[in-house]
Design a protein around this ligand. Structure first.
Ligand SMILES: Nc1ncnc2c1ncn2[C@@H]1O[C@H](COP(=O)(O)OP(=O)(O)O)[C@@H](O)[C@H]1O
Ligand SMILES: [Mg+2]
Length: 298
């Protein structure tokens, strides 16, 4: 069996790739690097072939399965669409990709994630998303303390907090000028000033950490301190339910504990796990690859 890791040449975290490569070779499968920004597709004689150039020679990308890591840094809608369809084409040709491209797509968008989770009656923070800054303004007035997020972000980058609707209005008018949607979320006071990151693979919790924040953002990349967490059945069921609602093979589910109960803040279909691995001693890569192999053999 050959297993690929789908990424792009930019913005790739190496530690996770190293772990995935090691897990693939431990499973005795062959490793294939699938770089979306350098791949191309041919549709000829009713056959769609996704290719890459290896040592100057164009050849078909051949793998039975793949881990979807990253689509790269996107600067143009057509670039996004192109990379996505290369991955979809490989999936349509029979490659078992984990996470499935459509699920990965929903979960890598914060708005898509919340729409799906709330439809499954999973508690998520009140959120307004609009291209119109008046709606953003009204949302800040209504929620009073808010968190503004890019739809597709990670590591807490570009996520900021604001409680003054008039100051927010100026920022939102720039967003509108840049054709950027405005995503406004009610700020939740988190117990223990941090949140849980629960990692689910193949419908089971493989481990959990509590990320104690320095300020209010509990990303390890923002200086939060990861600690191994023992989670209760409610948190564990919530994480599994969220993963299943999004049809993900694996996910990192961020859960906040508040005076009103638990809320799912985010579901991550691609996770950075250096902190998680260190404190829990659990290597997500080996679980992801094991699960992918069993899914491919089905
Ligand atoms: N509604 C919220 N209320 C309070 N804190 C939040 C809220 N949303 C996010 N945060 C904090 O900000 C961090 C980053 O937000 P998140 O939605 O997870 O985006 P990212 O994809 O950048 O990690 C979270 O880990 C959490 O600690
Ligand atoms: Mg997050």
């Amino acid at each position: 069996m050959k297993i690929g890791v789908i990424s792009s040449s930019e913005g790739y975290s190496n530690e996770e790739l190293k772990d995935l490569k090691a897990a693939i070779s431990k499973s005795s499968a062959g490793y294939v690097s699938i770089n979306l920004s350098e791949s191309f597709v041919r549709i000829e004689s009713s056959t769609t072939t996704v290719m890459h150039t290896d040592g100057g020679k164009a050849e078909r990308i051949s793998a039975d399965a793949a881990v979807m890591r990253s689509i790269g840094i996107i600067r143009d809608y057509e670039q996004f669409s192109h990379r996505l369809w290369l991955a979809q084409a490989m999936e349509l040709n029979g490659m078992r990709i984990s996470n499935k491209i459509s699920s990965w797509l929903s979960a890598s968008d914060k708005l898509g994630t919340l729409i799906i989770l709330s439809r499954h009656r999973i508690p998520v923070p009140d959120t307004t998303s609009s291209e119109n800054f008046f709606h953003g303004y009204a949302a800040v007035r209504k929620y009073t303390d808010t968190v503004i997020k890019p739809l597709r972000s990670g590591k807490g980058i570009g996520v900021f907090r604001i409680n003054d609707p008039d100051a927010a209005m100026h920022i939102f008018s720039y967003f509108t000028n840049l054709s950027k949607p405005i995503y406004v979320q009610r700020f939740l006071e988190k117990k223990g000033s941090g949140d849980f990151r629960v990692v689910v693979v193949g419908g089971k919790v493989i481990g959990a950490e509590f990320r104690k924040a320095k300020g209010w953002k509990s990303n390890v990349a923002q200086g939060a301190e990861p600690r191994k967490a023992r989670i209760n059945a409610e948190i564990s069921e919530l994480a599994i339910k969220a993963t299943e609602a999004l049809k993900l093979d694996y996910a990192g589910i961020d859960i906040a504990d508040t005076k009103d109960g638990y809320y799912v803040l985010e579901a991550n279909p691609t996770i950075s796990w250096s902190g998680f691995r260190k404190v829990t001693g659990v290597n997500p890569a080996s679980h992801i690859i094991k699960n992918l192999i069993s899914e491919t053999r089905k």
